[in-house]
Ligand binder design. Structure first.
Ligand SMILES: Cc1ncc(C[n+]2csc(CCOP(=O)(O)OP(=O)(O)O)c2C)c(N)n1
Ligand code: SF4
Ligand SMILES: [Mg+2]
Length: 351
């Protein structure tokens, strides 16, 4: 991976957040992705979201696998913790890091190849284990980095630039995540920043496994009129099930209601999301309903976007395993070695 550091100077009038940082303080190195790649819009949306939430860069840990998409963490939050791992193995790294330090905000970035092909097993288990993190897939329906092979999310009948047609049904990561028990599931489009930024903020504020499938066109290998994940098809067939506003918990909460059209959801940290539903019968708390809508629109060749499912009462991995509150690097010798009496008590439980 090449690292080209951006110049640090910026306009003195740039807006600052509660910590006194501008958006420039949340950037990463200069992108090396192709001009127009959807993945760059995802980096920009993350920078926007984290800056506006006033999270300090050192509170965030970013993890990824391998692919053009997995390079995204190099382009945002260069002063955060980070680990660019092995193809399809980001979930293992995220799980270990999360167990060692539960106080950080974890952002996992993966691709459709990284998650739905080589990493599918790891993905299933990280959802099942309820890791408290935001997991984003930059989904372009192709293996961009290795020059455009069809991935497992490419729709049946869609074609890549070289004319290769997908003969298999695709894996829908949103349906899979809901089915496996993810407690926050959304889909968006890299070109729709108004929708993507509040979804990222809500996903980061959610306690539990938050998943966002982001359609992110690969302009070099999969952006033809026959590419289901291209710009044309996504703009034309995007059905917005819920538009959302995110209100950070530090600000005064002012709810806007317009008869039966909005739903307000208070997240665990006290922040609020307002759902503006385009479909009055859509209920994001209803798991079966969410799966039904996603599949119904898929049958019509349409892509349902927005916050599709949320469950705020699910326990995360730490609660399920009653782990220690403190990050491991703050445990002292006494915590780690409490003495012979404690060991004796533990041994007696096995007798
Ligand atoms: C174990 C292993 N197998 C195969 C590869 C080759 N490889 C690198 S990236 C990639 C696919 C990336 O596709 P995706 O995750 O969709 O990311 P994109 O480049 O499309 O953003 C493959 C097959 C590898 N690096 N490691
Ligand atoms: S090959 Fe495709 S996915 Fe990779 S940087 Fe270029 S446009 Fe983006
Ligand atoms: Mg891909």
């Amino acid at each position: 991976m090449s690292y080209i550091v951006k110049p640090r100077f910026h306009h003195p009038g740039l807006q600052k957040n509660d910590l006194g940082y501008t958006r420039r303080d949340y950037e990463g190195t200069l992108t090396t992705l192709c001009g127009g790649c959807g993945h760059d819009s995802i980096s920009a949306a993350i920078i926007h979201a984290v800056h506006d939430m006033s999270l300090a860069p050192h509170q965030v840990a970013k993890v990824s696998g391998i692919g053009c998409s997995s390079k995204i963490p190099a382009y945002f939050l260069e002063r955060s913790h980070g680990f660019n791992s092995v193809h399809g193995r980001m979930p293992s790294i995220a799980t270990g890091a999360n167990l060692a330090n539960r106080e950080l905000y974890y952002i996992g970035i993966s691709g459709d190849g990284d998650t739905a092909s080589i990493g599918l097993g790891q993905f299933c288990h990280i959802v099942r284990r309820r890791i408290n993190m935001l997991y984003m897939v930059a989904n372009n329906g192709t293996y961009g980095l290795t020059k455009g092979q069809l991935s497992a999310t490419a729709d049946l009948g869609s074609k890549t630039k070289s004319g290769e047609e997908s003969r298999y049904d695709n894996i829908d990561l949103v349906s899979l995540a809901i089915d496996l028990g993810a407690s926050f599931v959304a889909r968006s489009f890299s070109g729709d920043k108004d929708q993507l930024v509040p979804l990222i903020q809500a996903g980061l504020s959610h306690r539990g496994f938050a998943f966002i499938d982001v359609i992110s066109p690969c302009v070099t290998f999969n952006n033809t009129p026959f590419s289901a994940h291209g710009y044309k098809n996504t703009w034309e067939n995007n059905v917005v099930l819920s538009e959302i506003d995110f209100v950070p918990m530090r600000k005064e909460i002012t709810a806007r209601y317009s008869a039966g059209k909005e739903k307000e959801i208070t997240l665990h940290d006290g922040s609020v999301i307002h759902l503006h539903k385009t479909n009055a019968s859509y209920d994001p708390y209803d798991r079966e309903n969410a799966l039904h809508y996603v599949n119904e629109y898929k049958k019509q060749g349409k892509i349902a976007t927005g916050l599709l499912y949320i469950n705020q009462s699910q326990s995360d991995l730490h609660e399920l395993n009653d782990t220690v509150d403190k990050p491991f690097n703050r445990l002292n010798e006494h915590d780690l070695c409490p003495g012979g009496d404690v060991l004796q008590d533990i041994n007696e439980t096995f007798m």
